[in-house]
Design a protein around this ligand. Structure first.
Ligand code: NAD
Length: 272
């Protein structure tokens, strides 16, 4: 590893994705772990991050000061909570660091509040950082554009029992792609959560269902249900490392790029 390799800070280093990201950066040979940040008062503060994760030392002490960590870095990868990501966006803008946002569960107002920071730093945000899901998104848009609204679109997702938000960021990304394929916007036609006497399904709506249980990493089906036939496009994630690798790729891709808001379609060079 050269000293010139981009330095990367991991926000929320003690989390499920945070630990994956620490490993992905250290194993990549293309980037340097410049910081590992946890919440103030967390028991890991001051420990070597490798030891805190139960392995060999990595030579980086865990910190609770994101700005100080970012001063030594070219990128910050952030899979935390919407509130924390909003704060990190301002710090990344000050430090002119690439901000890779994997966090999901933002509401529309929070997404608006991310915009000012993207005028000063490269921001890459995606509800799913894997190559497979980003391909699935493109396929979903294509199929939705090819079929009329006599085909009912349903997005079904399954995740582990600790997940905080529903539908998942990926499910919403897929719903948006389907809506775009039909030339409408998702909020007009989204059915999020059905219960009780819901009446017949409304033609043209896109439905969402969420399953929560065990240690499911992430599964997404986009169902196009027509008369007498059904198309199902499925992605199954079996290892969180796919998201960590995608996030690292985004952090490297962002180096030297003009400030702005980007997503994984840009990073992976996929057709829109
Ligand atoms: P997690 O709860 O295991 O980890 C989140 C971590 O962030 C926790 O350790 C928490 O203490 C930490 N954190 C929160 N606020 C902080 C702060 N102010 N400073 C430092 N650390 C802070 O959750 P997870 O499963 O790792 O998921 C995190 C987020 O990433 C969720 O929104 C999830 O939906 C999303 N996610 C996205 C993708 C993707 O590809 N985009 C993939 C998996 C998960």
């Amino acid at each position: 590893m050269t000293e010139t390799a981009p330095g990367i800070v991991i926000m929320g280093a003690a989390g499920r994705m945070g630990q994956m990201l620490v490993r992905a950066v250290c194993d990549s040979g293309r980037a340097r772990l410049a910081g590992a940040v946890v919440r103030a008062g967390h028991e890991w503060v001051g420990q070597d991050v490798g030891h805190a994760m139960g392995g060999p030392a990595m030579g980086v002490a865990v910190s609770d000061d994101p700005l100080e960590a970012m001063a030594r870095a070219q990128a910050v990868i952030d899979f935390t909570t919407p509130e924390t990501t909003l704060e990190t966006a301002h710090l990344a803008a000050q430090a002119r660091a690439v901000h890779v946002i994997g966090t999901t569960g933002f509401d529309a107002a929070q997404i608006e509040r991310l915009i000012p920071a993207s005028r000063h730093s490269v921001q890459v945000r995606a509800g799913n950082m894997s190559l497979g899901v980003n391909l699935l998104t493109g396929l979903t848009k294509m199929v939705a554009a090819a079929l009329d609204d006599g085909w009912d679109i349903e997005v079904v997702e399954a995740h582990h029992n600790r997940k905080a938000d529903a539908p998942s960021g990926t499910a919403l990304m897929l719903g948006e792609a389907a809506a775009e394929g039909r030339g409408v916007t998702l909020p007009e036609i989204a059915d999020r959560g059905r219960d009780g006497i819901t009446g017949p399904r409304i033609r043209g709506h896109i439905g969402f269902s969420a399953i929560r249980g065990g240690d499911i990493v992430g599964e997404h089906d986009v169902i196009f249900a027509g008369k007498g036939e059904r198309i199902v496009i499925r992605h199954m994630a079996t290892d969180r490392m796919i998201f960590a690798r995608g996030a690292l790729q985004a952090a490297l891709w962002g180096q030297g790029r003009s400030p702005g808001a980007y997503d994984m379609v840009d990073v992976l060079g996929l057709a829109r």
